[in-house]
Design a binder for this molecule. Structure first.
Ligand SMILES: [Zn+2]
Length: 214
């Protein structure tokens, strides 16, 4: 494999990624980029010492290209999700309702945080064969798409947090305690917007979930 995760301080993480021409998607060069990104994401998933990897954006491996990998069936429970590649992804619709939930990222070191995101998004993209896609996601996958598409614009999740009390430095051995302390937060819909203390909404297994990194 010729690529690897770049360190959190890399300037490439602050830059805007370039779209890929549809005619280029099936070229060996672009297919190799996608394969390398899937290898990295799957490799990190296979490391029991690391939190599950549920997403990856090309700038995180030093490529300024609009490619992301997303665990489309991730449920926030530490499972090993199905990872799919999306080329030139854009969010074309976002629900006004929001959810708050934990995020961690390979590109922010040990900084974790509680981030408010739209609870449902519709994305348009190409798959790795060059087919047009339009798909709608809720919950965890919707959060992952928003996080990864932000990476393509040079935006990392702490940029989305305006309340510093929601930004946390978490040492590896503290992940368990952090999960416990933030377990009430999970994916509570609109709790942040209403200003009320967050609470569980419906069935919520977030206290069992891994600290996902993406
Ligand atoms: Zn990230």
């Amino acid at each position: 494999m010729s690529i690897e995760l770049v360190p959190p301080g890399s300037d490439v993480l602050n830059q805007t990624a370039e779209p890929i021409m549809p005619s280029e998607i099936e070229t060996p060069e672009v297919q190799a980029m996608i394969d390398d990104m899937l290898d990295i994401a799957n490799g990190e998933q296979g490391n029991p010492k690391k939190p599950t990897m549920v997403g990856l954006a090309a700038p995180q491996v030093g490529l300024l290209k609009r490619i992301i990998i997303v665990g489309v069936d991730a449920e926030g429970m530490g499972e090993k999700p199905e990872l799919r590649a999306y080329v030139n992804p854009d969010i074309v619709r976002s629900a006004p309702e929001t959810m708050i939930g934990r995020e961690g990222c390979y590109s922010t070191s040990r900084v974790c945080g509680i981030v408010e995101r739209s609870s449902r998004v519709t994305i348009r993209a190409f798959d790795r064969l060059g087919n047009h896609l339009e798909e709608t996601y809720e919950g965890w996958p919707a959060r992952i798409f928003q996080h990864e598409i932000d990476h393509l614009k040079g935006i990392r999740f702490p940029d989305r947090i305006t309340d510093d009390s929601r930004l946390h430095w978490v040492e590896e051995e503290e992940f368990g305690e952090y999960r416990r302390r933030t377990g009430q937060i999970g994916q509570s819909t609109a709790a942040a917007r209403s200003g009320k203390p967050s609470s569980r909404v419906g069935s919520n297994n977030s206290s069992r979930s891994c600290l996902h990194l993406f």
